[in-house]
Structure formats: structure tokens, C-alpha cells
Ligand binder design. Structure first.
Ligand SMILES: [Zn+2]
Length: 568
């Protein structure tokens, strides 16, 4: 018991320290590239953990906003447009709205899901570039580049394919080899040719602006060392880069599709997508507040030191969020740096990597047509690739739905409501006198809600969810041990205490499961006849249901998934 109290106070102290140090929390999920449909790999990497974190923060009363959107420039989109004979705008419109809809269907609670093709973003990223330019931080360098005489254009990144100098793969792209994963530049390719026409390019000089990333290595190193709570995968990845030595980076490209350079004599050049895309987080925050009473409010989030900035992302984006973007923010000097960058590993599909380009993925839109969004969220959350790659299996989705959500949570709620309907006129019965067994389960709600909170505070989403389900397991045990089916015959007042306690537990579940099961949480609140605004994390441990208050009719939370559905 003493051990439990010490643990309880440690959790409380962590939470208190957090809320004192920071006045507000700014959460981002990696922008989704608007070149294809979003799949479960994206959900597991950067979207679901962020949404769960934000939902927890809102319930805990933190001032939090959640920013995401579509990343809409870059060579891949221009390339698809040329191949399909349509404009880049048609491509981004299609995927921006489709993906936005998929995320809504899965209950993602962004404060804004905007896009980088807006005028706000164009101006904001140009302003950002201009600040660094005016400070004299950027420098120009002429470099050799591949140029197609036939197309009258430079062939940047994916516009050129050729043989990989590392592994000999003949279809390697100008920016990377998909076969061996090497990062490449177009000039390194052997036997280069235009992706569009197959033409052999010539070498021509072009002038680009460079960001002096090498100058920021020491500051970045110190900054990352000062973070004791970052995931080891992120820290080790960055250390690897520091060991090799950071190189200055060209931040402009010879392309048509992108944000034009805000400086003279730069026709045909745009800002490199990985320079402007992360600025999209800022642009989208500006857009969020632009029509509010206080349009400058975005500055409170981005330009105050008491903001806790947290970037959620997949491991393929660590370089940009832990090195490149922070260096840009350091150079600009007006912005807060990330407090944490909790990158996830990959969630593979039945044993191999999910990939949009290879068509090996489960698209959110398709899976939503067949299954409960909460079942999808729960299956991913309980198998989240927090420390290593994990696999998504359809059989796992069925098992999690039937054996955990249905058999543990759904069953407890159902049993409780059946008793309340049948023996107590569909109201909350009175609890007169608690026995030791009742007090124990009521106390355990308190300890669970603080341990679950601590998992959320520390980005341990898998643990948070399994701990929440453990409370339901305890609740089922309580139901079985107290035997309300016997009590109703021998001592109705005793049965009332048990069912009252079980209903209070249902209310706690509606709060504690909200981050991962928002739709079921809403249903449960409706059944309990409580409005969603009335719930807070703190109140999960309080006995808020009043005796005599009317309940609504029970609804099925999770229907059984049959083998035939999974075979399909
Ligand atoms: Zn290769």
C-alpha cells in the first residue's frame, strides 16, 4: 500500500511539474503528402498517437492545439500530374479532401487540417525565407545539374532515374534508391534519363540558395543532449548525423510547382519543399486564428518560451523535425523549439512495409467502410510501433475487437445496463453503505487514472491503453465477485450499491477511454445521459453519477467480427 502511495505522488509530481513549466501545448502531426490516399502506416506513425495525446491533454485542462494538413508541393506531385496529363492542383484537391475525410472518419480531432497551397502559407514561407536572406545567412552557389534539352527544364530529384551507384538498381530515383535506401543526388546516377521522356539529359550550371546547416551542428547537439526524455531511436539517429557532420543544404529547386522565391532574379525557382513544408505548421496555425478575435494568437503558441511544442512523426521524418527544421527556427530566432519529437517506427502490413507507391497498404477509406473506427484505433494503439517496427494483421483486428473490446469492455457495460434496466427502472440506484470490496475498486479507479495519465504524459500510448483495459478487467472481476445476480434475490439494497458502483465505473471508462475510443466514449456518455462537456480527466476518479438519475437505453458498443469478414 505504501508503495502505491509513493507511486501515486510521483505521478502527481510529474504532472504538476509539466503544467507549471508550460502554459500551453502545441501539437503537430507530420503533414500528409497529397499524392495518394492515407493508409494505416500514417495513422500508426504520426496521426493516432498525436490525437490520443491531444485528447488526453484537453481532458486534463491543458491549453492545447493540434495542427496538421496536406503537404502539396514537391517533385512527386508535379511528376504524377505530368504522367496523368492533369494539373498538380487537380491531384492535390483530390487527395487533400479525401484524406481530410478519412481522418475525420477515424475521429482525428485536429484544430485545423489545412494545406500548403494556400496564400497564407505562400506568404508565410516567403517571409521566413526573406528573414534568413536579409540576415545574410543564405548563400548562393552555382552547381552542375542535369538538364533536359527536349523538355527545356532542369531534372530535379524524381525527374531523373538511372542506375544506383551503390547497388546497381537500374530504376533508382534522383533523390534516393528505393532498392537499397541510399540518399542520392541526380548527378550520382549512372546512365541518367528523364523520368518523363526517357531522354538523356545534359549537364548545365544552375545557381541555388544554401542554408548553412553545418553552422548549427553544435547548437543542435547541445539542444538534443539537454533533452533527457527523448526516445533513444531519435537521439541515436541524430548522433549518427552529427558524427558524419552536417552539410549545408540547397533550399531552392528549379521547378514550376512550389512557392516562388521572394527575391529578385529567381524566375523558375521555388523554395525546396522540405524547407517550406514544416513552415506549414506555422502557416496553418496563423490560418486557425485569422478570423478570431485575436488573429495574433498564433504567436503565443509559436513564439513564447512557455509553449510545449511536440512533433509527432514517423522515423523517416526525424532528420527534418529534429535537425533541419529546428536549425531553421534557430536561424530565424523568433520561434520556440520542440520540447519533444516522439518519432514512431513503422507499422508493416502482414510482414512487409506499407507503401503508397507500391500499392501495398491498407487505406483508411477502405477499412472504415467495413469496421468500427474505434476498433481500428484500438488495434493500432495496442500494437503501436513505439520502439520497434510492428505488423498489422487482420486476424489481430478481429481478435482485439471480439476478445477485448467486446468480451471485456462491451460485456461489462452490457451486464451493468441490463441490471439497471431490469431491476432499477433504468435509473442509477442508490449506494448506501460501501463494503471493503467496493472501496477497493473505487480506490483503484484513482490509482489507474493517475498511472494512465503518466503514460500519456510520457508518450507511452501502448501502455496507456493496456492499463485502461486492465481497469476494466478489474471491474469485471468486481462484478463476478460481488455476484449481483444473487444479491438481487437476497438483499436489493446491496445489489443497488454494486450496480451504482458499476455505473460509476462505466462513467470512468467513458473518460479514460476517450483518447483511444472517442466514438464509444460518446456512446457511453449518451447511455449514461451525461453531456460530453461535463467530463474531465480528474473527474474520472470521482463518483459523479447521482442516485435516481435516468439512464438512456443501452447500445451495442462493439459488434462481433465474423471470420468471413476477415477472410475477405
Ligand atoms: Zn541502390
Amino acid at each position: 500500500m505504501a508503495g502505491f502511495f509513493i507511486l501515486f505522488w510521483v505521478f502527481l509530481l510529474i504532472i504538476m511539474e509539466n503544467s507549471e513549466k508550460f502554459k500551453r501545448i502545441l501539437v503537430t502531426s507530420a503533414l500528409t503528402y497529397a499524392n495518394g490516399e492515407t493508409h494505416l502506416g500514417h495513422i500508426a506513425g504520426s496521426i493516432l498517437p498525436a490525437d490520443m495525446y491531444v485528447r488526453y491533454c484537453r481532458l486534463s485542462g491543458y491549453d492545447v492545439i493540434y495542427i496538421c494538413g496536406s503537404d502539396e508541393y514537391g517533385t512527386a506531385i508535379e511528376m504524377s500530374a505530368i504522367k496523368e496529363g492533369i494539373s498538380p492542383k487537380e491531384i492535390i484537391d483530390k487527395y487533400h479532401f479525401l484524406n481530410k475525410q478519412s481522418y475525420e472518419g477515424l475521429g482525428m480531432s485536429f484544430d485545423i487540417y489545412s494545406r500548403t497551397s494556400t496564400d497564407i502559407h505562400k506568404k508565410n514561407s516567403q517571409d521566413f525565407f526573406k528573414v534568413l536572406y536579409d540576415k545574410g545567412l543564405l548563400y548562393q552557389k552555382s552547381e552542375k545539374q542535369l538538364y533536359s534539352e527536349k523538355e527545356k527544364r532542369f531534372l530535379a530529384d524524381r525527374f531523373v532515374i538511372g542506375t544506383c551507384p551503390v547497388c546497381g538498381y537500374e530504376e533508382a530515383r534522383g533523390d534516393e534508391c528505393e532498392n537499397c535506401g541510399s540518399a542520392l543526388s541526380p548527378l550520382e546516377l549512372k546512365n541518367p534519363r528523364s523520368t518523363i521522356t526517357g531522354d538523356t539529359p545534359v549537364v548545365k550550371e544552375s545557381t541555388h540558395y544554401y542554408f548553412p546547416l553545418s553552422k548549427y551542428q553544435d547548437s543542435l547537439d547541445k539542444w538534443i543532449i539537454s533533452k533527457s526524455d527523448w526516445k533513444p531511436n531519435v537521439v541515436n539517429y541524430c548522433k549518427g548525423w552529427f558524427k558524419t557532420g552536417l552539410q549545408d543544404r540547397a533550399i531552392t529547386r528549379d521547378l514550376n510547382w512550389g512557392v516562388p522565391l521572394p527575391v529578385n532574379n529567381s524566375e523558375g525557382k521555388v523554395i525546396y519543399v522540405w524547407f517550406e513544408a514544416p513552415i506549414g505548421y506555422i502557416s496553418n496555425t496563423i490560418e486557425l486564428f485569422q478570423n478570431s478575435k485575436n488573429p495574433d494568437k498564433w504567436k503565443e503558441y509559436w513564439q513564447s518560451n512557455d509553449t510545449k511544442l511536440v512533433h509527432f512523426l514517423g522515423k523517416d521524418n526525424i532528420i527534418f523535425h529534429a535537425i533541419f527544421f529546428p536549425a531553421m527556427l534557430m536561424a530565424h530566432e523568433n520561434y520556440v523549439l520542440a520540447e519533444n519529437v516522439p518519432a514512431n517506427e513503422f507499422m508493416n502490413l502482414e510482414g512487409s512495409k506499407q507503401s503508397k507507391s507500391k500499392g501495398h497498404a491498407i487505406y483508411v477509406k477502405d477499412v472504415l467502410e467495413k469496421f468500427n473506427p474505434d476498433t481500428i484505433r484500438y488495434t493500432i494503439a495496442t500494437n503501436m510501433p513505439e520502439n520497434k517496427d510492428t505488423d498489422f494483421y487482420w486476424s489481430d483486428l478481429q481478435a482485439k475487437n471480439n476478445n477485448e473490446l467486446g468480451a471485456i469492455l462491451g460485456n461489462f457495460v452490457n451486464r451493468t445496463f441490463v441490471f439497471a434496466q431490469k431491476y432499477f427502472e433504468g435509473t442509477v440506484p442508490e449506494a448506501n453503505e460501501y463494503l471493503e470490496i467496493d472501496k477497493n475498486i473505487i480506490n483503484s479507479i484513482k490509482s489507474y487514472s493517475s498511472s494512465i495519465a503518466s503514460y500519456y504524459e510520457n508518450y507511452k500510448f501502448k501502455d496507456a491503453v493496456s492499463e485502461t483495459m486492465n481497469l476494466v478487467r478489474d471491474a469485471n472481476k468486481y462484478f463476478n465477485d460481488t455476484e449481483p445476480w444473487k444479491a438481487i434475490k437476497d438483499d436489493k439494497a446491496r445489489c443497488a450499491v454494486i450496480i451504482n458502483t458499476c455505473l460509476q465505473l462505466c462513467r470512468s471508462f467513458a473518460v479514460l477511454f476517450n483518447p483511444v475510443l472517442p466514438f464509444s466514449s460518446e456512446k457511453l456518455l449518451r447511455m449514461l445521459n451525461i453531456s460530453e462537456e461535463a467530463i474531465t480527466w480528474k473527474s474520472a476518479a470521482e463518483l459523479k453519477l447521482k442516485a435516481g438519475s435516468k439512464l438512456n437505453n443501452p447500445e451495442i458498443l462493439f459488434r462481433k467480427i465474423e471470420d468471413t469478414e476477415i477472410d475477405k
